[in-house]
Design a binder for this molecule. Structure first.
Ligand code: NAP
Length: 292
């Protein structure tokens, strides 16, 4: 199997390279090699690479900037995704793509399932939803993993930011009225490779049959405040910390251009039922990563 990984320097893209390289030849690209905002360049790149499977971990992820740059966000998160779906349909390949809990408005009282109506609060969420819809309209051989709160210790993330701030500031004020599912980039990468492995005999047929959206996030849910507190408590190098107190604050304490969903845990039962796969509990993954 020849696999093209887009966004190969990002949190998920960089983690997926090792497990995928056990499955076949892996070709990598990030924005320096091909800009997903340039559809002609993207089409030419994909055709030259001629993969059986594309893992698209590239995204326009700047949630606040997207409010001012709708064209940029939709170009990368929707139009490019449609093109990847078209190319994989045309060549009888397959696409593994990622979406976000930000397609929801966060007004649920229970974890979201895939059939719940999306209602994005901002342009980033709207652009990611448009990417999902483009694949659905094409009937593309595409599996979309909707994930949330992705963190990695090796890249800039909420968790790595908390570890840094704990070494710099005595007081940290953290939002406690946003609830979601922290997801280890490595766990998501491993689930991605396992899905590809399960499809290895005929990736086009397997992805065509299983096509659609699956929630894929760390098990359990917590607030940003709880995630920050767990990160600090579980850090084995706590002796380096200068932080003395963590203060819960409302989202309104940090006004930002894009609204975030307040309560958007994801129910990952469909992923388990279809593939027999589940991401581990977020706290256990965090503890393992911090232990190194
Ligand atoms: N991070 C989260 O909390 C989160 C939550 C829910 C869903 N997701 C989804 O999960 C997937 C993986 O996210 P991630 O956290 O791994 O993202 P990430 O770390 O930001 O990686 C995305 C990669 O895509 C690259 N990229 C950006 N614009 C591009 C363009 N125009 N052309 C080509 N490459 C481009 C980025 O390069 P630069 O770094 O140079 O821009 C980066 O290497 C994405 O689909 C994302 O929407 C993420």
């Amino acid at each position: 199997m020849k696999i093209l990984v887009l966004g190969s320097r990002g949190q998920v893209g960089s983690e997926v390279l090792a497990p995928l390289s056990c499955l076949g030849e892996v070709v990598t690209a990030d924005v320096a090699e091909v800009d997903l905002g340039n559809l002609d360049a993207l089409r030419a790149f994909v055709r030259a690479a001629a993969p059986n499977l594309i893992v698209n971990a590239a995204a326009y992820n700047e949630v606040d900037r997207a409010e001012q740059d709708e064209a940029g966000a939709f170009g990368v998160n929707a139009r490019a995704v449609g093109l990847l779906g078209e190319e994989m349909k045309r060549t009888r390949g397959a696409l593994l793509h990622y979406s976000t809990d930000f397609v929801f408005d966060g007004t649920t009282t229970r974890p979201y399932v895939e059939t719940d109506a999306p209602n994005p609060l901002g342009r980033y969420g709207a652009s990611k939803l448009a990417g999902e819809q483009a694949l659905a309209e094409l009937d593309a051989p595409a599996i979309v993993l909707r994930t949330a709160w992705v963190w990695s210790l090796r890249r800039k993330s909420f968790v790595s930011a908390m570890l840094k701030l704990a070494r710099e500031r005595e007081t940290l004020k953290i939002v406690d009225d946003q609830v979601g599912c922290p997801t280890s980039a490595r766990d998501l990468a491993e689930i991605s490779a396992l899905i590809a492995y399960g499809a290895r005999h005929d990736v086009h047929a397997a992805f065509s049959e299983a096509r659609g959206v699956y929630h894929a996030a760390g098990a359990g849910a917590c607030s940003r405040f709880e995630l920050a507190r767990a990160t600090i408590e579980l850090d084995p190098r706590r002796a380096e910390h200068v932080v003395k107190s963590l203060e819960p604050v409302p989202t309104s304490a940090y006004p930002l251009p894009a609204k975030r969903p307040a309560h958007a845990p994801l129910d990952c039962g469909k992923l388990r039922a279809r593939f027999g796969l589940a991401l581990p509990d977020w706290r256990g993954s965090l503890a393992r990563a911090l232990e190194g």
